[in-house]
Structures are given as structure tokens and as C-alpha cells.
Design a protein around this ligand. Sequence first.
Ligand code: EPU
Length: 422
Amino acid sequence: MDVLRIEGPVRLSGQVPVNGSKNAALPIMASALLAEGQSSLIGVPDLSDVRVFVELLKHLGCRVERNDQGHMLIDSTVVDNPVGEYEIVRKMRASICILGPLLARCGRAEVSMPGGCAIGDRPINLHVRGLRELGAKIHLKNGYVIAEAPDGLTGASIFLGGSFGSTVLGTANVMMAATLAKGRTMIESAACEPEIADLAHCLNAMGARISGIGSPRLVIEGVSQLHPVEYTVIPDRIEAGTFMVAAAITGGELELINCRLDDMMAVVDRFRSIGVAVEKAGSGCAVARTGPIKPAEITTQPYPGFPTDLQAQFMALLALAEGNSVVIEKIFPDRFMHVAELNRMAADLRKEGPAVVVAGVEKLVAAPVMASDLRASAALVLAGMAAEGTTVINRVYHIDRGYEQIEKRLNPLGAKIYRENA
Ligand code: EPU
């Protein structure tokens, strides 16, 4: 199994392009199921999660390939096996977002119940509730969600909020299913994340009629069919945020190319409050830190709040602040697997329920550490670049799920990250 060996401390500088968004690309790939024919998606990152999704689409009957320009071609002329097998779904929770499109297209879908993961329980009750409101009959059998709507779906008014607010993939599932339902659907408490807005724009380019995009109230006028599309996925705001932390934690300066700062206002606000300069530049932004890191309070929230997917990376940064910070996790209250690992690197973090008190330390010290999930491993890479000595990160397959060849992206900027087969 591969490990990453990281030598620190380093100071990063230079330009780095931001890839297409993983969390926009996955549901957009699922949306290709709604139209017969070949869609072409531009900017789909080459990640292990994307490769799992390709495997899933192929099992359903689609043909998927990348052309010479790196565009992903999905031919969904044939979808004759509407079953999301356990063996694939267990590898990636996002597989659940085939449920809505399959149901709308085939009148039936069977998708393995995704299990929990390192960041928490991750139920799908809201997905099920929303699809039931559209008229689907849903039951559980042998660990599979069996959804049926042989006579098609019918538009409805649906409240999709839960105890932790809106649901990103739940909104994606219900919105995709509603595009082909008879009549009008209103989703109240819809997720407002830019990735959901991107999916909605893609669906409209396929002939759907969705309004209220980017707001908590989506209105979808059902249409009888959708057509294939050529569509460019938005840049990944979480990858961008991770690069920004990389600049800040190493006291460096980076220019990010292809980054939508307007999708990152909460993150930019926190950076500026701790003494990191972030300014628009060209198609992206410039990030630099020259002075000390100031402490901050960070609370993760649904968009436009601070994203949970950058919580771990920010905690690594605040570990080096001059003073005490508090990080409160309001989306996945157990998403703190990185705390113990960062403490192994001489951070001073204390977990108190869904919050962590971060007492800033003067320096981090390298150690062997274990990656537990995607964003936690990103935090360890960031900490490793700032720490004194050689950090070795085990189980790096977690990072490959969401970052394309992280070492090849960061090394030209001054990082010293080596992938080794242990
Ligand atoms: N929830 C429910 N019931 C549901 C669905 C969700 O109670 O039916 C709860 C969850 O347990 C959580 C909250 O609602 O407390 C929000 O979960 P959400 O459904 O929004 O998460 P998701 O759609 O499964 C996506 C991203 C995650 C990201 C979250 C939150 C994808 C593929 N995944 O997951 O990304 O953390 O939204 O923004 O888009 C990552 O990229 O590292 C990652 C985990």
C-alpha cells in the first residue's frame, strides 16, 4: 500500500490550476442517466471516486470513456440493469445519487444502502422521503433500497430539511427525479451548494425546467424527456481551499488559476480574519501569508456557511495560530478523526463534543500518521509540509479519492512529497 513521505518545513510559491469539482462531477455524471444518447462532460477530474462512479454507470448499461481532449463521454442509450450493487456502492457513498435518475428513467431502481463511514452515520432518510413524495414506492430488502414508480412520478411540494439542515445529495436525487415527473415540484430547504447549482444548470442544458437555482426553494416543471448535453463542470472549491491553506500554513504565496472566489466567501472571510491575504487575480485568486496566524472561531454550516469539507484542513492551520481557536462541526458532528493524528504531530487539540479547542503551538513536529478519510488526509499533508522533519502518511488511498496526484501538484510549488510503496 502506498505511503506519502513529506519533508518539512517548506514554503510554497507559484501558480496552480484548480481541477473540476468532484462533488459537482459525480451527480452530473448520474444526470446523464436521464437522457438517452451520448453526453460529453468537460473538466471531470481523474480521481478514484470518479473511476468508481464510471464502474457503477457501466454496470447499469452505459458506455463511458475519456476522449483525446480529456472529455468524459457517457453513452446512456442503454440502461438495462438499474441496480447499484453493494460491491460498488460500499466503496463510495455518492453512488446513492443514481437512485433518483434511475427511478425517473426506468420506473424502478435497486441501490445498495450505503453504510456509514469515518465521518459519521450518513443516513438517507431524506432522499427516501423526497422520492416517496414524488409517488415512488420504496422499501428495504437485503440491504438494498428498492424504489418503484411503474406509472412515472408526479410533482409535489417537498420539505427536504433534516436535523442537520439541507442535504446535498438528497437534493440532487429528488431534483433529478423531478425533472421527468408529471407537473410541478417544489423543493423547500433545498441544498444551495454551488455543486447543486451546477447540477441544476446542467439539467437545464439538457432541457429541464428548474428555477430558483442556488436558493433554498427549487421549482421544477416536469418535462417529458431530456436530451444529452455537452457541459463543463465548475472548479473544485474544496481543492481550491486546500491549496489556499497550503499557501497559508507554509507562509508562502500561491496563485490559483480557475477558482471561483464568489463560491468561497465564508472561507475567504475566515482567511482574512486570521491574517491571510486572498485577492481576486485573473481567472482565480492570489493567496499569501507574511505575518503570524491569528486564532479564529469556525463553525461549519450548509452553504453559504463554512464548508465541513475544509474543516480538517483549517484545523491544521489554526494549530499554528498565536492563541486559542474553536472549531465547531455542525454538519457531521463526529468528523474529527484528524484530531488525534494532528496531536501526534505536536498540535494541541482538545475535542469537546462537536467542537475542538485548538491551542496554537509554535511548531508542528513530523510523525508517522494514519489517513482516515479524504479531508482528514488532506489536513495531514498540509501539516506535514509545515512540520519539522519527515512525516509519513499511511493509507493514502483516501487522499486519491478527492485530489488528483497531490504530490505532482504541490511539488512544483516547493513541496517535498514522495509517494512510496510500503
Ligand atoms: N442527512 C440526514 N438524512 C439524509 C441525508 C443527510 O440526516 O437523508 C444529514 C447527514 O447525516 C449530515 C447532513 O444531513 O449530518 C448533511 O449531509 P448531506 O446529505 O448534505 O451530505 P452528502 O450529500 O452525503 C455531500 C458531499 C460531502 C460533504 C457533504 C456536506 C458529495 C459526493 N459529498 O455529502 O463531501 O461533506 O455533502 O457538504 O457531494 C467530501 O467531499 O469529502 C465529502 C464528504
